[in-house]
Design a protein around this ligand. Structure first.
Ligand SMILES: [Fe+2]
Ligand SMILES: [Fe+2]
Length: 217
C-alpha cells in the first residue's frame, strides 16, 4: 500500500539552470590593500616619468618652475647699471628702493612663470616700477605743489626706465599701472596685474618682517 503511494508521486525532473551570470559579477571587488598597492605603483610610475623628463629637460612642470639663475639673467643688466644702483641711496618702506624693487621683481617673475605668462616682462617691469631717485618723504615735505607721490611716481619711473633701458609695451604698462587702484586706469595686461599684486605682497612682507625683527629681544 505504502509502496503504491510512493510510486504514484511524480519524481521532479531537474531543470538545468542556464549559465547567464554576467562576467563582472564573477569578479570580486578589489581589496583595500590591492587599491593601495595599485595607487602606489601609479604614483611611482608618474614620479619616474617626471624624473626622466626633467633629466631630458622636457618636463612641463620643470618648465613652470622659477629658477634664480634665469631670473638674474633676465634682469642683471638693470641690476648692475650704475644709475639703477643709486636706488640704494633712497629709503623706501623699511629699507632702500633697490631692495624693494628687487623683491617685487622676483615675486613677479615667480608668479608669471608659474602662470605661463610673459615672465620677462613681469620681472623687468617689477624691477623698474619704482625707479625714482629721491626720498618721497623729503620731496613731499618740500614740494609746494602738493603733488601726490602715489600718483605721479609711476610716470617718473617710466621716464627713467626709458632713458636707460629698452622698455617693452607690457613692461611700460606694468610700471605705469602698478599703483592701481590708486591710479585711475587699470592694468592692460596680466603681467601688469602680476606686478601690481607683487608690489602689494612685497610691501606686506617688508612691514611684517620689520615688525617681527623689532619685537625680537
Ligand atoms: Fe610704487
Ligand atoms: Fe613699489
Amino acid at each position: 500500500m505504502l509502496s503504491d503511494t510512493l510510486t504514484s508521486i511524480p519524481i521532479p525532473i531537474p531543470i538545468p539552470i542556464p549559465i547567464s551570470i554576467p562576467i563582472f559579477q564573477l569578479i570580486t571587488a578589489p581589496s583595500v590593500e590591492f587599491m593601495l598597492a595599485a595607487s602606489l605603483l601609479i604614483l611611482l610610475s608618474a614620479v619616474h616619468v617626471h624624473y626622466m623628463m626633467a633629466r631630458a629637460d622636457t618636463s612641463p612642470v620643470q618648465k613652470l618652475l622659477p629658477r634664480r639663475v634665469e631670473f638674474v639673467s633676465i634682469v642683471q643688466d638693470i641690476l648692475l647699471h650704475e644709475e639703477f644702483i643709486k636706488l640704494k641711496d633712497y629709503r623706501h618702506h623699511t629699507n632702500h628702493i633697490y631692495d624693494h624693487v628687487n623683491r617685487v621683481a622676483y615675486i613677479s617673475y615667480c608668479i608669471a612663470k608659474v602662470l605661463s605668462l610673459n615672465y620677462t616682462a613681469s620681472a623687468r617691469g617689477g624691477l623698474l616700477h619704482d625707479f625714482f631717485l629721491y626720498d618721497w618723504r623729503e620731496r613731499k615735505a618740500t614740494d609746494n605743489s602738493k603733488a601726490l607721490h602715489g600718483r605721479e611716481h609711476p610716470q617718473i619711473a617710466l621716464d627713467n626706465a626709458r632713458r636707460y633701458f629698452p622698455v617693452s609695451e607690457r613692461e611700460a604698462d606694468s610700471i605705469l599701472k602698478h599703483m592701481f587702484p590708486k591710479t585711475s586706469s587699470p592694468p592692460r595686461y596680466l603681467e601688469s596685474v602680476v606686478v601690481s599684486l607683487s608690489d602689494k605682497i612685497a610691501t606686506v612682507i617688508e612691514y611684517f618682517c620689520h615688525l617681527a625683527c623689532r619685537k625680537r629681544p
